[in-house]
Design a protein around this ligand. Structure first.
Ligand SMILES: [Fe+2]
Length: 246
């Protein structure tokens, strides 16, 4: 089976379009989404509808999906994130808002093959930034393979019986093999707001037959996404950071 793995799209239609264009000729069996479909970007309805059309789809909610759909009030958000979330809540059609509202909380097990979570499989709102958090998750779970998002930082943590390894992805198609006896926590990176210093949209593909994961980076029309953010009156830092990948 081949899985297309998407995370942290954040209503960036330009970035999602570029990703779908990149995989146009690839074959995959199922799309998996790790949360944060909306919030920050200027095209919430379009991005929700584009992802909903990718069937079959397994999707979970992110923290921004919760605030944008009214599950939470966003009291933990900073001013910029909250302003964008409230704008998004007003813009979403009732149908799209309901769809976001009903997204399940992770972790979800996909086809008995791997787990998906937004932040971590223990706490959907917590972050995995480095090996300390990753080790903590490995200790409290038994998943051999779990994909996560939320940090907007593509990274692979591998746990062998005696050590933890961090692999930073590089290049436009970074492929690695899942070794027997190892456990993995994999972040495919963010499509709509990368924060690893590389502004290119980031996503993953999992092939369970060859036991390989590939993290792709794709250029997109960043200026267009920025123009739409500013035209909608959303906070300028949301536009500026897209070009920096921060
Ligand atoms: Fe996010």
């Amino acid at each position: 089976m081949r899985y297309l793995i998407l995370s942290d799209i954040h209503a960036n239609r330009e970035a999602l379009s570029a990703v779908l264009q990149r995989v146009r000729r690839k074959r995959w069996d199922k799309t998996v989404f790790l949360g944060d479909l909306v919030g920050y970007g200027a095209h919430p309805n379009q991005t929700v509808e584009m992802v909903r059309a990718l069937k079959p789809l397994v999707a979970i909610r992110g923290n921004h999906d919760k605030v944008c759909s009214g599950i939470e009030d966003g009291e933990m958000f900073n001013r910029v994130a909250l302003q964008a979330a409230l704008w998004t809540r007003q813009r979403l059609t009732m149908q799209n808002l309901r769809w976001l509202y009903r997204l399940p909380e992770g972790p979800v097990i996909v086809d008995g093959a791997f787990a998906i979570a937004h932040g971590t499989p223990i706490d959907e709102d917590a972050y995995i930034f480095g090996e300390i958090e990753a080790l903590n998750v490995f200790r409290q779970t038994t998943f051999p393979l779990c994909f996560f998002g939320h940090s907007h930082f593509p990274v692979v943590f591998g746990l062998s019986p005696d050590a933890i390894h961090t692999v930073l992805t590089e290049g436009s198609a970074f492929r690695f093999r899942l070794e027997p006896g190892m456990r993995y926590l994999v972040n495919p990176g963010s499509i709509g707001q990368p924060r690893d210093g590389n502004p290119l949209a980031s996503f993953g593909m999992l092939d369970t037959d060859t036991r390989t994961v590939t993290i792709y980076r794709v250029p997109y029309r960043i200026e267009r996404a920025q123009q739409r953010i500013l035209a909608e009156g959303l906070p300028r830092p949301l536009a500026d950071r897209l070009a920096l990948g921060r």
